[in-house]
Design a protein around this ligand. Structure first.
Ligand code: TLP
Length: 343
């Protein structure tokens, strides 16, 4: 039986699981600004171990995590190379310009996937009147690219190009576990070429709040300073870290189910008269569907809403559908039924 409505706007809408709520209620806590919260410390150790890095830090959001990493890796007046539709550039309120005083330089990827050669070509020579290219940001999976995965070999090549030019390399791995599941690799392999990795607990992993940043011990020591400066030093935050530990243990293994449902949804959208979808680029839990003109994405979303399906406009001509833990088979059926007729 299908349900009355289904929320496919984002995987950020997931709510904590019953196991998370129990773990949150029972969490042992302390003052994390003193480094004394045992649950936060356990989560940080677990995150560092999973990513194959020396240390990790719990931060309130992915945006703050990326912002702190940019701050540690750069000096004002330097340049940060990022993908043209990357989250760090589009959705973080010019954080890198305001908080770090750096200049973003955009390199267009193929569905968000950067070509190492194009990155090499975009790196300015070391001349005193050019901003020094200090950092390369990569996003995996790539949100606006449609949840696409940058393969491990490409990550390695991107890391090598950055290092050849004395640049640091940061991974916005908000959905790194989706990438690992789809690529069939361990997250460590994806994370290895990067000096820093940010991943989110509060997207498809269902935790109510939080991201982790991971890197060397020296990097995390500096990151802790900026976390405090940006107002992200929290106190008895083991209550939230407890949910993160459950997310890593219990929700990560369920991600392939989200990917399976996204593919079924994409197949329905691909044959729908109002949409077009390139199925080769549907790789994880995000489906980016082009709306056939003259209909706009806002009109398509409004029409879908009347049929109990929430989705979000990704541009004037594209609608983003995201599957996640709270979209069950009944929720998927609701969406498939809504797509049986033209809008
Ligand atoms: N993405 C949100 C919106 O901000 C677009 C979403 O609904 O997908 N990196 C990536 C790749 C992200 O997709 C997001 C959130 C973030 C960073 C920021 O995380 P938060 O929301 O925790 O600041």
């Amino acid at each position: 039986m299908s349900q009355d409505w289904v929320d496919l706007r984002s995987d950020t809408v997931t709510r904590p699981t019953p196991a998370m709520r129990r773990a949150m209620a029972e969490a042992e806590v302390g003052d994390d600004v003193y480094g004394e919260d045992p649950t936060v410390n356990a989560l940080q150790e677990e995150a560092a171990r999973l990513m194959g890095k020396e240390a990790a830090l719990f931060v309130p959001s992915g945006t703050m995590g990326n912002g702190i990493c940019v701050k540690v890796h750069t000096q004002p007046g330097e340049e940060v190379l990022c993908e043209a539709t990357g989250h760090v550039y589009w959705f973080e309120n010019a954080s890198m310009a305001v908080l770090s005083g750096v200049l973003p330089r955009l390199v267009a990827g193929d569905h968000g996937i950067l070509d190492p050669q194009k990155v090499r070509e975009a790196i300015r020579p070391a001349v005193y009147y050019f901003p020094r290219p200090a950092l390369l940001c990569v996003e995996n999976t790539h949100n606006m690219g449609g949840g696409t995965c940058t393969p491990v070999k490409t990550c390695e090549a991107l890391g090598a190009v950055a290092r050849e030019h004395g640049m640091a390399v940061h991974l916005d791995g908000a959905r790194i576990f989706n990438a690992a599941a789809a690529l069939g690799v361990n997250v460590k392999e994806i994370a290895a070429p990067f000096d820093s990795v940010q991943f989110c607990l509060s997207k498809g992993l269902c935790a109510p709040v939080g991201s982790m940043i991971c890197g060397s011990k020296a990097f995390i020591d500096k990151a802790r300073v900026f976390r405090k400066m940006f107002g992200g030093g929290m106190r008895q935050v083991g209550i939230l870290a407890a949910a993160g530990l459950v997310a890593l243990r219990e929700v990560v293994p369920t991600l392939p189910e989200d990917h399976r449902r996204a593919r079924l949804l994409a197949q329905a959208l691909a044959v729908h008269p109002n949409f077009s979808v390139d199925l080769d680029w549907v790789q994880t839990n995000i489906v980016m569907a082009k709306v056939r003109p003259p209909m706009t994405s806002a009109q398509a979303c409004a029409a879908l809403k009347t049929r109990g399906v929430l989705a979000s406009p990704a541009s004037a001509a594209a609608v983003r559908f995201v599957t996640h833990h709270d979209v069950t088979d009944a929720g998927l059926d609701r969406a498939l039924e809504a797509l049986e007729k033209p809008l």
